[in-house]
Write a protein that binds this ligand. Structure first.
Ligand code: 5AD
Ligand code: SF4
Ligand code: FES
Length: 356
């Protein structure tokens, strides 16, 4: 056991798919893994935690991902679209609170595409913040327009790197397409954010190890990892939710495999467990994304049930709450834009990929 932890710490590129499956299967290794991930995070990234203010500006979606409450076929959800000026105003508020990244997230909603988004980006860039997009799959020409408008990063979780499971969960699309979008975004100069859910029906250690190998292979700049939480108005309503331990394990392994990757303590972690985000920060995570969606829209962005931070009264509270949370685990809220650290991977011993 000691040996595999040492390999993960010193030569993460040489850890094989089979070894990752074994680690994911073995609960006896968990505590050592969490500790090693926390040490690697501290060594490479220090104690700063990056804040990203997220605006969920539209819950309209043209797709039908089986797990998601925003899926087009969910007729029970009341839909909203924020206006461009509402979005820009909100971004200004995020900047005024000293948060240096604005994340614009929505369902796959054709309404704003691509020009309204470009104008919104241009205006928000005037507030001296980094802009992250999380808008789903669009033609390359749109990604270009948005990059030219000043967008810095793009979140597009790969959701699962098992092509068979991906096809089951995403009617009409394939894992191959997903991968090609991520590669296009990377080529265009975006920092990219892949990531997956943990505990999807039909997903075991073999599938989760595929996620880890995939993220390492595309060298993702960010990795959003959180438990699957069944939504009552979706075809997966009766499935089991993902486990806290396995989610933490995936975060820890991602940190060990990619020491400088930016890894958020996701909202889904906080929804699964009252201290889920704190635990994530202690197992390798170094980012937190306060929800800055204004009420009354916020409650309607229901990817999964029980999502935390739904208040009617003060819709800016998450900004101060996350700062407190960061401090409560002995870390430092960062004042920077939080781009991925570059150039220190050389300290690791690089080996050839086992397949080459
Ligand atoms: N449980 C957990 N995460 C979910 N997401 C969507 N639906 C669910 C769910 N039921 C995640 C997906 C998506 C991100 C925005 O939210 O991974 O990429
Ligand atoms: Fe739409 Fe994204 Fe939900 Fe899929 S996960 S249904 S693309 S909002
Ligand atoms: Fe939203 Fe704490 S982060 S209330």
């Amino acid at each position: 056991m000691k040996e595999i932890i040492e390999k993960l710490t010193k030569r993460p590129d040489s850890v094989t798919y089979e070894e990752l499956v074994d680690i994911l299967r073995d609960p006896a290794i968990d505590e050592d893994l969490f500790k090693a991930a926390d040490e690697v995070r501290k060594k490479y990234l220090g104690d700063e935690v990056f804040l990203r203010g997220i605006i969920e500006f539209s819950n309209v979606c043209r797709r039908n991902c089986l797990y998601c409450g925003l899926r087009a076929q969910n007729k029970k959800l009341s839909r909203y679209r924020m206006t461009p000026s509402e979005i820009v105003e909100r971004a200004k508020l995020i900047a005024q609170k000293g948060i240096k990244t604005v994340v614009l997230q929505s369902g796959e909603d054709p309404y704003y595409m691509p020009d309204a988004i470009a104008e919104i980006i241009q205006k928000i860039k005037g507030f001296d913040v980094a802009v992250t997009l999380s808008l789903g799959e669009w033609p390359e020409s749109y990604y270009r327009v948005w990059k030219d408008a000043g967008a810095d990063r793009y979140l597009m979780r790969h959701e699962t790197a098992s092509p068979a499971l991906y096809a089951k969960l995403h009617p009409g699309s394939s894992f191959e397409e997903r991968e090609s979008h991520l590669l296009t975004l990377k080529r265009l100069g975006y920092e990219i954010g892949a990531g997956c859910m943990v505990g999807l029906p039909g997903q075991g250690p073999e599938e989760l190890a595929l996620d880890l190998v995939f993220m390492r292979e595309i060298d993702t700049d960010m990795a959003g990892i959180g438990p699957f939480i069944p939504h009552p108005d979706t075809p997966l309503a009766k499935e089991k939710k993902g486990s806290l331990r396995m989610s933490l394990k995936m975060i820890a392994l991602t940190r060990l495999l990619m020491p400088t990757c930016n890894i958020p303590a996701t909202t889904a972690m906080g929804t699964l467990h009252p201290r889920g985000r704190e635990l994530a920060l202690k197992c390798g995570a170094n980012v937190i994304m306060p929800n800055m969606t204004p009420s009354p829209y916020r409650a309607k962005y229901q990817l999964y049930p029980g999502k935390i931070c739904i208040f009617e009264s003060d819709d800016t509270i998450c900004a101060s709450c996350t700062v407190r949370l960061i401090k409560s685990v002995g870390r430092i809220p960062s004042k920077s834009k939080g781009f991925r650290k570059r150039g220190i991977e050389n300290e690791l011993v690089h080996t050839q990929h086992p397949c080459q």
